[in-house]
Design a protein around this ligand. Structure first.
Ligand SMILES: Nc1ncnc2c1ncn2[C@@H]1O[C@H](COP(=O)(O)OP(=O)(O)O)[C@@H](O)[C@H]1O
Ligand SMILES: [Mg+2]
Length: 292
């Protein structure tokens, strides 16, 4: 089972689109896919017709149970979607309160990794759609993932989000003592605009070796796919947006990371001491920085 996290500390860069579109292609290639939505906004949850405001079993229940020392089978919070091979662990708006509730509690950094360890026979691929804010859930996603995809919108403001994301990754890796390989994926590329062309060039110059050699083009069909609640590959498999993600998957597939470089399950993580957002002051700073 391959576990990928899709993260960037900036909103609107294509994280949810990347997660959903890759899931569509994986499913069409015969893989059993689990999508995990850990963003309190719940865009991916809404995408598949579920309501993040509704009470019910969600990723939040998993963290809540762990914090209370209860065991909750992850299968109880996994829901089918309209697409046979795609299952969803939905988000809940309440996820936004997790940091306040659990930030000071020991051992909350491996909740997701532990849950996923029980699902290796059920799924071939897991994709975690992250929130743009550093907190307990993002730390969990980075700790659970075998590989990180960082979508970056090809416009200048987006480079700041990328810098923050890479700083976060460095801090989390250092405190957790593991290495997570990543790939920067240029998204929403519009070759007619100078901003897109220049940003792509800057990305390739500054982050040489970690930027995908191709791009995800701007394609209005992504919005249409989202409106209809379908991965784009199910709506228009041959459109350029869908083909671009198929090419990304072709790039990723031979490089799939079965080798588990993430922290061992026994390694207890103390979110009080070593998370960059450990104190409430720090967290406020991080949140402010992210929202600037
Ligand atoms: N390649 C693209 N071309 C055109 N629109 C896109 C593309 N990727 C994403 N979008 C649209 O941009 C918006 C933000 O994308 P989304 O994936 O939700 O970003 P994030 O999850 O990072 O906040 C959505 O309306 C989505 O449909
Ligand atoms: Mg999103």
């Amino acid at each position: 089972m391959n576990i990928w996290a899709v993260a960037n500390q900036k909103g609107g860069v294509g994280k949810t689109t990347t997660s959903v579109t890759l899931a569509g292609h994986l499913a069409q290639r015969g893989q059993r896919v689990l999508l995990i939505d850990i963003d309190p906004h719940g865009s991916m949850t809404t995408y598949f017709g579920m309501e993040p405001d509704a009470p019910g079993a969600s990723v939040y229940s998993l963290f809540k149970a762990a914090s209370e020392g209860r065991v909750l089978s992850p299968m109880r919070i996994i829901h089918p979607t309209a697409f046979e091979s795609i299952s969803l662990m939905p988000a809940a708006t309440a996820l936004a309160t997790l940091d306040r509730q659990l930030g000071k509690q020991d051992g909350m950094g491996l909740v997701l990794k532990r849950a996923l360890a029980t699902l290796t026979d059920q799924f071939d691929a897991v994709i975690i759609d992250c929130p743009p804010i550093l907190g307990v859930t993002m730390v969990n996603a980075l700790a659970a993932a075998h590989f990180l995809l960082i979508p970056v919108q090809t416009e200048f403001l987006a480079l700041k989000g990328l810098e923050r994301m890479l700083r976060t990754l460095t801090m989390v890796q250092r405190s957790r003592q593991f290495r997570l390989e990543y790939l920067i994926v240029p998204t929403m590329y519009d070759q007619r605009t100078r901003a897109s062309r220049d940003t792509l060039q800057t990305l390739r110059d500054q982050y040489f070796g970690t930027v995908w050699t191709d791009i995800i083009p701007i394609d209005t069909l992504f919005r249409e796919a989202s409106r209809l609640g379908k991965p784009l590959s199910f709506l228009q498999p041959e459109c350029r947006g869908s083909l671009a993600y198929a090419a990304l998957l072709d790039w990723l597939t031979p490089r799939q990371h079965h080798a588990d470089t993430t922290p061992p399950l026994g390694a207890e993580m103390d979110l009080r001491h070593d998370t960059p957002s450990s104190s409430s002051v720090d967290r406020t700073r991080v949140v402010e920085e992210v929202s600037r």
